[in-house]
Design a binder for this molecule. Sequence first.
Ligand SMILES: [Zn+2]
Length: 128
Amino acid sequence: MSAKLCCNSAVPYKPIATDYERYFKLFLFNTAPSIPIEEHIIQLARQENFGKLLDVKFFNWNGSTYEQIEETDVIKHEFTKINSFKNFVCKKCNLFFEINLYLKNGAPRASHHWRYNINRLNEIDSIQ
Ligand SMILES: [Zn+2]
C-alpha cells in the first residue's frame, strides 16, 4: 500500500471509484498525473480502528509536491471539501484512515462545522 499510511498492510476499506481518483492516486502513490492537476488539499485523518481519532493532517499540492499545512490555511485559502473520500484499514496496526479532498472551486458544502467525523460507510458490516 502507501507509505503515506502506516505500513504495507493497510488496505482500501470499501473502495468506491470517484471522479477524483487522480488526486487520491497522486497523494498515495506519487503517480505522475497524465494531465496537469490543479492545486488541492488532502486531509488525512488517522484513528484507532473503531476507536478514537488520533490526528488529522492537511497536505497542500503545490504543483510538484505535497507540503503539510495547518487547518487554518485550508479555511484561509477558501478551499472546499469535495464530497468524495477514501477509507483504509490496517488490521496489523489497528488503524483506520480517511482521506478527504479539498478543491479551490469545489461545490460548497452546506455544513460549516469543522468538528471532525469519520465517514465510516457501514460499520455493522465490518465487525468480524
Ligand atoms: Zn499498518
